[in-house]
Design a protein around this ligand. Structure first.
Ligand code: GYE
Length: 312
């Protein structure tokens, strides 16, 4: 009886929620860190996390959500691979009274009651911060930029392009010469950068590469080196995420700047869900995470060390 009383005690009982997590995949170092932080956060809070890796496919995410609904989970975390095409399956979750929290990417929908809240950064702002940095570095020199986009149709690819274009708009010396998707991966980032280099006089005509994430930047750095050029000086490298490997590249002088994105999206998501389940407290529709610029002047080695254990 004593044990039963203890277990039933509201003070000791943890949330006890069962949460389904439909993750995009494992395309980047940042994504892997987000997955491990989500698992740790769930464990800390006594949440039973059901994890489904969609391997970059929306159809797999739709199947996972349906299966979470069928299992009667208490809530769903969704990192949507692309922005469109979610209304129907999210209606099914809503009909079953299962709140959905969007993690790190947004969706396009006319009905924002289909999700409880979205924990994301301001992705247009991230692109703008990266672009402003570049504009400041370039000054009045002519500069041909090449862009490695994230996954086609994903909110960060759309928004990070937009923000960057806003930053360089009206700077007639800076041109966006080439732009193609590298799918947020190192391998594709390298491949696409190789093709840009070929098309631009062996890379000699390229002044800077803007990559929508660090992994593609790391791939691009490799391609620049193999072409006999110096990344960071011959070709500037600017990206987004702030994973340890880009700080290593910055410490080596091979990358110039990155915009930080926290891998801890699950912490704020679980906080919102717990408050909602407990008191019916509606969270704001958008829980915005910070975006901070880091350059070679910001002690990249030190930052890299500090990042270890934060999911990386
Ligand atoms: O920047 C990238 C990842 O959705 C914002 O997805 C996220 C992005 C992140 O693959 O590395």
């Amino acid at each position: 009886l004593a044990l039963a009383t203890l277990l039933a005690s509201p003070v000791l009982a943890q949330s006890g929620m069962t949460v389904g997590f439909s993750q995009v995949g494992s395309e980047s170092g940042w994504r892997a860190a987000e997955t491990s932080v989500t698992r740790e956060e769930a464990k800390k809070r006594g949440i039973d996390l059901k994890f489904a890796d969609a391997q970059q496919k929306q159809e797999n995410q739709i199947k996972a959500i349906r299966s979470f609904v069928a299992q009667g989970v208490d809530a769903i975390l969704l990192a949507p691979v692309v922005a469109t095409g979610w209304d129907q399956v999210l209606e099914e979750a809503k009909d079953a009274d299962i709140p959905v929290v969007l993690l790190d990417r947004n969706i396009e929908t006319k009905d924002d009651s289909l999700y409880l809240t979205a924990v994301t950064s301001d992705q247009v702002h991230e692109g703008k911060v990266a672009g402003d940095y570049l504009v400041g570095q370039v000054g009045s020199k002519p500069c041909k930029v090449v862009e490695l986009q994230g996954t086609t149709g994903s909110s960060p690819a759309i928004a990070r392009k937009k923000g960057f274009e806003e930053a360089i708009a009206g700077k007639s010396n800076i041109t966006l010469a080439r732009s193609q998707t590298g799918d947020f991966t190192r391998t594709k980032g390298k491949e696409v950068m190789e093709s840009f280099i070929k098309a631009e006089n062996g890379g000699k005509d390229i002044c800077a590469v803007y990559a929508h994430n660090d992994d593609m930047a790391v791939g691009a750095i490799q391609a620049i080196k193999e072409a006999g050029l110096k990344p960071g000086t011959d070709i500037m490298v600017v990206s987004i995420d702030a994973v340890p490997d880009i700080f290593q590249a910055m410490a080596n002088g091979e990358a110039n700047a990155t915009v930080e994105l926290t891998p801890n999206m699950a912490g704020p998501a679980f906080d919102a869900l717990e408050a909602y389940k407990k008191d019916g407290k509606e969270p704001p529709k958008w829980i915005q995470t910070e975006s901070k610029l880091y350059t070679q002047a910001d002690d990249p080695k030190g930052v890299m060390e500090a990042k270890k254990g934060m999911g990386y």
